[in-house]
Design a protein around this ligand. Structure first.
Ligand SMILES: Cc1ncc(COP(=O)(O)OP(=O)(O)O)c(N)n1
Ligand SMILES: Cc1ncsc1CCOP(=O)(O)O
Ligand SMILES: [Mg+2]
Length: 207
């Protein structure tokens, strides 16, 4: 188990370019987020690097690992703790060769226990499953069943649930075995970002 992934908690994922990005990231961290992913699907590399570096500093002040979505060179250049890789984002060995043995490499397993087994054997540091509920951010995301969390417990890696998670439905995923709840819209789409993050954080004390 990666030393920075031994806990449980809220994993917030940014929602693309926005003028108040740094403010909302700071509020999500103040609300107790335990992992933060910089996810920006644009191609403006200069802005992406500037933002990822600034967010890394915000995360460092709270001792929260920064994960960069999709982009291994950006993770390296920004000094991030790691990278998140989906099925189109390259393989774990290539990312590990660039980022080193201490990097957190998280992977999407979607709705597949087989993929989880394969990627655990290939050296993933966490396994993400979902979408568990209809996702406003990714409406066409594949759907996963709660059973998948129960089936993958024996792999011994942190399991992340994603997709349409809210403070109302998140507890059921924790009960099914999720270590982290990965959330975009229910935190960054809420007018009270800090309060929303705090409600998710509270779930981990009651479940
Ligand atoms: C924690 C977490 N889980 C899943 C994803 C989705 O990754 P991917 O399938 O590569 O899709 P994009 O996010 O790149 O659109 C994620 N980013 N984070
Ligand atoms: C990146 C991603 N992959 C599956 S669902 C999703 C988006 C999750 O966003 P939201 O929390 O708004 O449903
Ligand atoms: Mg991806």
């Amino acid at each position: 188990m990666h030393s920075q992934l031994k806990g449980r908690g809220l994993y917030v994922i940014t929602d693309g370019p926005r003028p108040d990005l740094f403010e909302v990231v700071a509020l999500a961290l103040a609300g107790g987020a335990r992992l933060l992913q910089y996810r920006d699907k644009t191609t403006d590399q200069a802005r992406r690097l500037t933002e990822a570096r600034a967010i890394r500093a915000l995360c460092a002040a709270r001792k929260v690992p920064l994960i960069v979505n999709d982009d291994v060179p950006l993770a390296l250049a920004a000094g991030a703790a790691g990278v998140h890789l989906g099925e189109d984002d390259g393989d774990i060995a290539a990312a590990r060769a660039v980022l080193g043995p201490e990097a957190i490499i998280g992977v999407s397993c979607y709705d597949s226990a087989d993929r989880a087994h394969q990627l655990a054997a290939a050296g993933a540091d966490y396994l993400a499953f979902g979408a568990f509920f209809p996702s406003p951010t990714k409406p066409h995301a594949r759907r996963a069943s709660f059973d998948l969390l129960r089936q993958t417990a024996a792999l011994g890696l942190p399991r992340v649930a994603i997709g349409g998670i809210t403070p109302d439905n998140g507890g059921s995923l924790i009960d099914a075995g999720a270590d982290y709840l990965a959330v975009v819209s229910a935190v960054f789409g809420d007018p009270d970002v800090r309060g929303a993050a705090a409600r998710f954080t509270q779930l981990f004390t009651t479940h």
